[in-house]
Design a protein around this ligand. Structure first.
Ligand code: DX5
Ligand code: ZN
Length: 220
């Protein structure tokens, strides 16, 4: 069984000390950097854009997992590839031609991810699951860090895992929103592979230890 991965969400970092927080993640047991890009249209919030990602990528020594919460993501696929994204995740709800978008992401040498809002049914991925490297299940409504976890996520993880097995796909399941030491184990047991954690990591007093503990719980 492969290791379960921890992806701290930089959205909750201290932007006035970004290099310090990036270095902390570099030195920690975290596996990926999770980067939330919000446009103020697809979600009711604006996070940060290309210059900030460029600064992060300059210091990040781990996989850069970019979560685009933007409309018409096709416009920026090349840009995010050039900025150093390793995984590029688009929202199902923001893509009219999802199959084409996934292809375009892979053509730029990145892994292709699809995020589902809490209301979006797993069955909608029946015809694309074999083309998707990662499904990001939103366990909060996207737009803000620090929200509480939606319990129905467990059902969705199980359904998604069944779909992946049924189709013989190798898609990873990522959970995004409200992840803590309280739900990590149950999420992994339901089938999750990657846990994103923002506030839980960055608002804790010992971030380094929090990552270590979360990773240990996920792999216990
Ligand atoms: C929410 C973002 C998440 C967020 C998670 O729209 O996609 O990645 O940063 O933050 P927490 O872990 O605080 O819920
Ligand atoms: Zn995210």
């Amino acid at each position: 069984m492969s290791s379960k991965l921890i992806a701290p969400s930089v959205l909750a970092a201290d932007f006035a000390n970004l290099q310090r927080d990036i270095d902390m993640v570099n030195k920690s047991e975290a596996d990926w950097f999770h980067i939330d890009i919000m446009d103020g249209v697809f979600v009711p919030n604006i996070s940060f854009g290309m210059p900030v990602l460029q600064a992060i990528a300059k210091h990040a020594k781990k996989t850069i997992d970019v979560h685009l919460m933007i409309v018409d993501p096709d416009r920026y696929i090349k840009t995010f590839a050039n900025l150093g994204s390793n995984i590029l995740t688009v929202h199902y709800e923001a893509c009219t031609h999802l199959h084409r978008t996934l292809q375009a992401i892979k053509d730029e040498g990145m892994k292709a991810g699809v995020a589902l809002n809490p209301h979006t049914n797993i069955s909608l991925l029946e015809d694309t699951i074999n083309d998707i490297d990662l499904v990001c299940l939103m366990s909060v409504n996207p737009g803000f860090g620090g929200q509480s976890f939606i319990e129905n996520t467990y059902n969705k993880v199980k359904e998604l895992k069944e779909l992946i097995v049924k189709k013989g796909a190798s898609t990873l399941i990522e959970i995004d929103g409200g992840v803590t030491n309280k739900n990590a184990k149950a999420l992994v047991e339901a089938g999750a592979d990657v846990l994103v954690a923002g506030s839980y990591v960055f608002k804790s007093t010992n971030q380094f230890e929090t990552i270590k503990d979360l990773r240990a719980i996920a792999n216990s």
